[in-house]
Design a protein around this ligand. Structure first.
Ligand code: ATP
Length: 902
């Protein structure tokens, strides 16, 4: 620990070459970073393009194919051998480009969600990537932060750290900047915090003394939970399915080979045909395309301001049946303005807009000029200014706009006090801050103790019902009087009145003589001063997002720490709370057993005045009821609920590092509407995955059935191994990829959510795959036979006909795979331009293979005549003609029905 635990601040500053007032300069930081390296324990695994390219050849089937090519070479079939090698390389390049892109975008994502730290540099507090921290950096720690490096504390207020990641000790450890210790053991170092641990309470400033591998965490090489982007459930299931398909394909290929040999075909040729068929029919490209599709979806979500931290969330999002959302900042704008104040039994209106610190105080519509008439008002505004950590910054010289740094609730009170020219700075000219008891969502209040001479006085603001229960006196026209039951009732009425108008209400109180900074003492027996009613308008986009959820079969539940009446008012405005919907408060939740909660939970739409631990109970009950739950959170204590939810969602702006780490999705704009967009994207990604699975597998079934049926019917092989390889490894890939970027279908948010464990082949997809596969094989075989007969047994002509008809059927079929609900004739062909381009490209490749001289020789093809083309078109179009007639019939009968009912 470099013996920093026993140094006083002066020596510490010298030892670490730091500046405890202004932090380091950017230049020093840059130089030190270059010298000491990044603050990371495990270097990010960088992907090597060469390694990835080599990986493409590691596939078992490709190895068999290479082996088969070698045999071709030995047998003197150089032509075949070289062509197969070229096809394998082409396939490897394709696979490499796809995987490289997918890898890169996943890595970029990992970088985006890397932890951040707040440091002081050149006098300003800024957020940087924790990996860029260096020794000597002055770091600010707040409740919910991850400790980003090993830090010796310089100042601390009620700091508690969860060191379980380092020591295994689950009880938070109290830290104190003022204690010097001799021991260098982690558990004794009460004036230090260590990388990988997290702040559960309080706040502090400290200087970095060790980073990266030199930190305590680095030295024990004890890794923090490595999150990674693990495989999604669908990927796992597809991998399993892949194994079954491989066995099936191998079996069928083996049968084809045996049948061929039995019928007297050349052993070597049949061996090559069997291997080629197996390579072609095994959908080894499927997992790669799924990854690409997921990665592309993740990028689209990023554009819609949802950052995916864990890949499985992309899939689970589409299954969400309940979204539990915080109110403040997620359903509302978090742009808070104090509009009303209640003191001395009077309601005072405050005018002004946003964060501009100018406005008036009106009582019964007349301007209050002299605060001495309502002296409690002045006290209330002073408390609002003191219990405040926000800063109001003018956007520029002469600008009328202001920006707020810090908590918006604090900001609203800060602006309100400044409207009366009361500021924290002025108050601190005569007082010192003795200590602060920071806000937390469990206590729902915060206090500041000020010192003047030897006197300590505390000021508190927080949830009104809680403050009221801790007050014994009330400030009335400037004097303290007993808080009688009558007075209490009056105040409670005022709280309900303001809250039911949708105001977020806060009570302000003080205690004139404080003898200890212990929370129990400070925040009890206080003097009640008044209420501040804060307006926080709903986000306009949330109205339609909630409606969208409703039509998508997703229930929206509001979970808030705010007052019940405020929550109900906002929930009603947003149409989250239906007339029959129930509202439960935290204290009611405490009285419910788990099974009682399960009984009512489906009827509850609003949970008010809850603490973070209630969220966990709610998630568990919903999950037990069979729901797929998305849950938002921002505070340090929301972590367990977020982890327990199927989709844990953290707030990008207001969320703490600990919550972000537990989440699978981060909203970079904290907006509820973004969750709904992510759900829509999740559903569309899953749809697209089903689309290309349907396409690729039906093509594979088609190919393998063509070969198998031909063998059963005693026909020669309808396709040469090279032709099968070409179709599968080159022409099919692009259209399949293009299916992965289909736009969401219009009614995607009008469907009910799919079940989490539902098979990817549900809703008849398996039938579609087999029926289309068989149709493809019948078309190909028919044209092979027609070609064979009409050319008087010319195999090259017959195979070219089979080759072309297989490709053309597949390229038409790909348009059919675009929707599971609409037929090929009910969609605009050009709405997925990538697919049109891919199909044109594959068509050109096919034409090249049959019309370009050298390629004809390689693929044993012949140019087709107009007559042959007409035959192919007729046979390929036949099933679609039937489909067309069915569609027209459906439309006509629907119209007839409509006119009948009219
Ligand atoms: P949500 O859970 O929807 O985000 P919330 O912000 O109201 O709602 P909390 O942050 O847990 O939830 O706040 C609970 C209550 O604590 C608020 O209703 C308010 O009365 C009080 N409160 C909120 N912020 C502060 C603060 N900075 N200082 C003092 N009291 C606060």
């Amino acid at each position: 620990m470099n013996n920093v635990t026993n140094l006083d601040l002066k020596k510490l500053k010298q030892r670490l070459a730091s500046d405890f007032d202004n932090g380091l300069s950017q230049v020093t930081a840059k130089n030190r970073l270059r010298k000491d390296g990044y603050n990371v324990i495990k270097q990010q695994k960088s992907i090597s393009p060469i390694g990835l390219f080599i990986d493409q050849f590691k596939d078992a089937m490709v190895i068999v194919l290479i082996f088969a090519t070698l045999i071709s070479g030995l047998l003197g079939e150089y032509y075949d051998g070289i062509t197969i090698i070229i096809i394998i390389i082409l396939n490897a390049i394709l696979g490499f480009v796809q995987e490289f892109k997918a890898e890169k975008s996943l890595q970029a994502l990992a970088k985006m969600t890397s932890p951040k730290a707040t440091v002081v540099r050149e006098g300003k507090e800024i957020k940087i990537d924790s990996s860029e921290l260096i020794v000597g950096d002055l770091v600010v720690l707040l409740s919910g932060d991850k400790v980003p490096a090993d830090i010796r504390l310089v100042e601390s207020q009620n700091l508690e750290i969860d060191e379980s990641a380092l020591t295994g000790e689950s009880v938070p450890v109290i830290k104190n900047a003022n204690k010097l210790v001799e021991s260098s053991v982690v558990s004794d170092a009460v004036n230090c915090c260590f990388m990988g641990t997290s702040v559960t309470k309080g706040k502090a400033k400290g200087v970095v003394f060790a980073t990266g591998m030199k930190s305590a965490m680095g030295q024990v090489a004890h890794m923090i939970d490595s999150e990674g982007n693990d495989a999604t459930p669908l990927q796992n299931r597809l991998n399993q399915l892949g194994k079954v398909l491989v066995s099936l394909c191998l079996l069928v290929s083996f049968l084809v080979v045996l049948l061929g040999i039995y019928r007297g075909e050349d052993i070597y040729k049949m061996f090559l045909a069997g291997v080629s068929l197996a390579v072609a029919a095994i959908p080894e490209g499927l997992p790669a395309i799924v990854t690409i599709c997921l990665a592309l979806g993740v990028q689209r979500m990023l554009k819609r301001r949802a950052i995916v931290r864990k890949l499985p969330a992309v899939e689970t999002l589409g299954c969400a049946t309940v979204i539990c959302s915080d109110k403040t900042g997620t359903l509302t704008q978090n742009k808070m303005t104090v509009e009303k104040i209640y003191v001395d039994g009077k309601y005072i209106d405050v005018t002004g807009e946003g964060y501009i610190p100018s406005g008036q105080f009106l009582y019964k519509n007349s301007l209050i000029k002299n605060f001495s008439k309502i002296s409690s008002l002045k006290t209330l505004l002073e408390i609002g200014a003191i219990c405040n950590n926000s800063k109001l910054l003018k956007r520029g010289m002469g600008s009328l706009k202001y920006d707020l740094s810090g908590d918006p609730t604090d900001g609203a009170l800060n602006v309100c006090s400044q409207k009366a020219k009361i500021t924290k700075e002025k108050i601190l000219e005569e007082h010192n801050i003795y200590t602060e008891l920071p806000f937390d969502s469990d206590r729902k209040m915060m206090s500041v103790i000020l010192q003047k001479n030897n006197n300590l006085r505390s000021y508190t603001k927080g949830a009104p019902d809680i403050i009221l229960s801790r007050c014994s006196k009330i400030l009335s026209s400037g004097s303290q009087i007993m808080l009688t039951d009558e007075k209490k009732e009056e105040i409670e009425k005022a709280i309900s009145r303001l809250a039911s108008q949708g105001y977020r209400t806060l009570a302000l109180s003080y205690k004139s003589s404080v003898v200890s900074s212990q929370q129990k003492h400070v925040e009890s027996n206080m003097v009640f001063v008044g209420l501040a009613a804060i307006f926080d308008p709903p986000r306009p986009e949330v109205f339609s997002a909630v409606a969208k959820c409703k039509s998508a079969g997703i229930k929206t539940v509001m979970i808030t720490g705010d007052h019940k009446a405020t929550a109900v008012s906002i929930a009603k405005q947003l149409k989250i709370l239906p007339p029959y919907g129930k509202v439960l408060t935290g204290s009611e939740l405490n009285q419910y057993s788990f099974s009682q909660l399960m009984d009512v939970i489906d009827d509850v739409y609003v949970f008010a005045r809850v603490s973070p631990e209630h969220k966990l109970k709610i998630v568990k009950a919903l999950k037990q009821k069979g729901h797929t739950v998305a849950m938002t959170g921002d505070g340090v204590n929301d972590g367990p609920a977020i982890k327990a939810a199927d989709i844990g969602i953290a707030m990008g702006i207001t969320g703490t590092e600990v919550t972000k780490e537990a989440a699978s999705l981060i909203l970079s704009d904290d907006n509820f509407a973004t969750i709904v967009e992510a759900v829509e994207e999740g559903r569309s990604i899953y749809d697209n995955i089903r689309k290309f699975i349907r396409f690729l597998l039906s093509c594979n079934v088609g190919e393998i059935m063509t070969m198998f049926l031909a063998m059963l019917m005693g026909l020669p092989l309808p396709l040469k191994p090279i032709q099968i390889l070409w179709i599968n490894l080159v022409t099919d890939g692009f259209p399949a990829l293009a299916l992965g970027v289909e736009k969401p279908e219009g009614e995607i948010m009008k469907r009910k959510p799919r079940r989490k464990n539902q098979s990817v082949f549900s809703d008849g997809l398996d039938f579609k795959i087999f029926s289309r596969g068989i149709m493809i094989s019948i078309i190909t075989l028919s044209l092979f036979i027609i070609g064979y007969r009409t050319s008087e047994g010319n195999l090259e002509v017959a195979r070219t006909m089979a080759f072309v008809s297989l490709i053309v059927t597949q390229l038409v079929h790909v348009f059919d795979c675009r929707s599971e609900r609409k037929s090929i004739f009910e969609m605009n062909i050009f709405s997925n331009i990538y697919l049109v381009i891919a199909v044109l490209f594959s068509t050109m490749l096919m034409l090249a293979v049959i019309y370009v001289g050298p390629l004809q020789a390689v693929f044993s093809t012949v140019p087709l005549s107009l007559e042959q083309w007409l035959m192919i078109t007729g046979v390929v179009a036949f099933p679609y003609l039937i489909q067309f007639v069915v569609v027209i019939y459906r439309i006509v009968t629907k119209k007839a029905q409509l006119s009948y009912t009219e």
